[in-house]
Design a protein around this ligand. Structure first.
Ligand code: FMN
Length: 335
């Protein structure tokens, strides 16, 4: 699959997720075979104000490539300027525009899925980003429409293609639907038939079989996964194996525990104690599932009051399951 001139080995994408797809998680997903990874969505206003926290969200390392930085905003000039800054300072492989976020604070002004209400504004924003992105391909991620009676994704697809977008990801739920009901994959198929640029299908893929079914049923060029990667980055390997007709070894308790340590080390390389504590609580709660005593261990980590306590618990977890704890100064292990 190609997006502009960018060749993608494995057409299985890690979806952008605020609060989840930071450097640590992206590195893990790439090492598991994700074909492309995305940053969390980043505010174009914050970017052009050069807010340090906002700029920090866009740092990445070479091993994450190909990587897309996703931006949102309602003012075409501002969003365009933010694309220029991203190109000059970060040079990612893709700049993605978010027309899917349903959060009222974002939608109110016309950003995120708010742009689905005003396709002229959507075109202006997209053109401005394409003009400022230079050689970097611009992609779109959008929902289907505002509510189930007003699906605009197919019409928007043609307009976005004309504006110079190089691929479109569709999460075929409406803005108002949030995460209720199910994603209407039929719309992915319709979009694929309506445009000449690659279409990436997204929504409700929970395992490798679902991914294969989405390819078959919609004819999409790639698939993108969000929630099913939480605590299970192995999904990328499992899909790749299924595509290659190979079987996948089941993930063991030991795999999950080792992944907690890998993730812990990656988080500690870049986060302060407070953020490390919160992030490890979140990710460990996702990893530590599906085995006897998982609930007890989740509770222990959630109650930890410091990152030092988390590290002690992690060592205890290794001992309890009779797994050797690598020596303290080893790098995040090869996964
Ligand atoms: C915690 C969380 C954060 C998300 N943040 C973003 C985001 O920053 N940008 C975006 O385009 N979509 C975001 N999404 C939506 C996902 O990228 C995806 O479109 C949606 O979850 C449907 O895919 P899934 O069924 O595989 O989860 C987020 C979803 C979740 C669960």
């Amino acid at each position: 699959m190609k997006i502009g001139d960018l060749s993608i080995d494995n057409p299985v994408f890690l979806a952008p997720m605020a609060g989840v797809t930071d450097h640590a998680f992206r590195v893990i997903c790439r090492s598991m075979g994700a074909g492309v990874v995305y940053s969390e969505f980043v505010s174009s206003e914050g970017i052009i104000r050069e807010n340090q926290k906002t700029l920090d969200m866009m740092n990445f390392t070479e091993d994450e490539r190909p990587i897309g930085i996703q931006i949102f905003g309602h003012n075409p000039e501002v969003v365009g300027k933010s694309a220029k800054l991203i190109r000059e300072r970060f040079n990612p492989d893709i700049i993605d525009i978010n027309y899917g976020c349903p959060v009222p604070k974002v939608v109110k002004k016309g950003a995120g899925s708010g742009a689905l209400r005003d396709l002229v504004l959507m075109e202006d924003i997209t053109r401005s980003v394409v003009e400022n992105a230079g050689d970097i391909p611009v992609t779109i991620k959008m929902r289907a429409g505002i509510d189930n009676n007003t699906t605009v994704a197919i019409e928007a697809g043609g307009l976005l293609e004309n504006c110079g977008a190089r691929a479109i990801t569709l999460h075929p739920r409406s803005m108002k639907q949030l995460y209720t009901g199910s994603a209407n994959w039929e719309l992915i198929k319709e979009l694929k038939n309506a445009v000449n640029i690659p279409v990436i299908g997204n929504g409700d893929i929970q395992n490798a079989s679902d991914a294969m079914r989405m390819f078959d049923e919609t004819g999409c060029d790639g698939v993108m996964i969000a929630r099913a990667t939480q605590g299970y980055p192995w999904i990328f390997r499992s899909i790749k194996n299924q595509m290659d007709g190979q079987s996948t070894q089941p993930i063991t308790i030991s795999d999950k525990i080792r992944m907690c340590l890998t993730h812990f080390k990656l988080i500690r390389q870049e986060r302060n104690d407070f953020l490390s504590l919160n992030l490890t609580k979140k990710h460990f709660s996702w990893y530590l599932k599906g085995f006897p005593e998982a609930v007890r261990w989740r509770k222990k980590f959630v109650r930890a009051e410091s990152i030092q306590e988390t590290e002690v618990l992690l060592k205890e977890l290794f001992r309890h399951f009779l797994i050797d704890y690598p020596n303290d100064n080893s790098e995040p292990q090869d996964i």
